[in-house]
Design a protein around this ligand. Structure first.
Ligand SMILES: [Zn+2]
Ligand SMILES: [Zn+2]
Length: 176
């Protein structure tokens, strides 16, 4: 083989090698780019996974708090019901006390002149139907409606009381 031919051959091989090297370099670049993209994708997925995990933890925590609040709510409802019952009882007690306070305080005697009829049966007073004060409530009754004698809490000596005061006093004395 002639030297010139050999040279041409070498030159051709060199060009081929250079082209191969260039192609390989391009390939590598392309692959590296793909790998980078994949890596980025994986990082994103990991981030999403972490977010999901945090959200799920938070939602679990909220669920727990919800349960606790629900429990508290029903406890409050129960105690409110209890308080309501007690209030109702207290109100009844107060009503009873109010009613009896009227009878227990120093009876304010109704003026004789103002009374035209019996406080209980409403029959008009006349010469035949005389006026009588109940020593307990101070109202004015006919003799028929106040034909009772009872000791008062303030006075042991039996005095005239109306029918309703007698019933009240009997109940009060039998209770003590
Ligand atoms: Zn009467
Ligand atoms: Zn009375």
């Amino acid at each position: 083989m002639k030297l010139s031919e050999q040279l041409t051959d070498v030159e051709r091989q060199r060009i081929t090698s250079e082209r191969d090297a260039k192609t390989e370099k391009e390939w590598r670049t392309t692959l590296q780019k793909l790998i980078d993209e994949q890596q980025e994708h994986i990082t994103q997925l990991q981030q999403q996974l972490e977010n999901t995990r945090q959200t799920s933890n938070a939602s679990l925590k909220i669920q727990n708090e919800n349960q606790i609040l629900k429990k508290k709510c029903s406890d409050y409802e129960l105690s409110l019901e209890e308080v309501g019952k007690q209030l109702q009882d207290s109100k009844l007690e107060v009503d009873g006390l109010k009613e009896n306070t009227g009878r227990l305080k120093e009876a304010v005697w109704t003026s004789d002149k103002d009374a035209v009829e019996c406080h209980q049966c409403s029959k008009p007073f006349s010469v035949a139907r005389r006026k009588h004060h109940c020593r307990c409530c101070g109202e004015i009754f006919c003799s028929n409606c106040s034909n009772n004698e009872m000791p008062l809490p303030s006075n042991k000596k039996p005095v005239r009381v109306c029918d309703s005061c007698q019933a009240y006093l009997l109940e009060r004395y039998s209770a003590t």
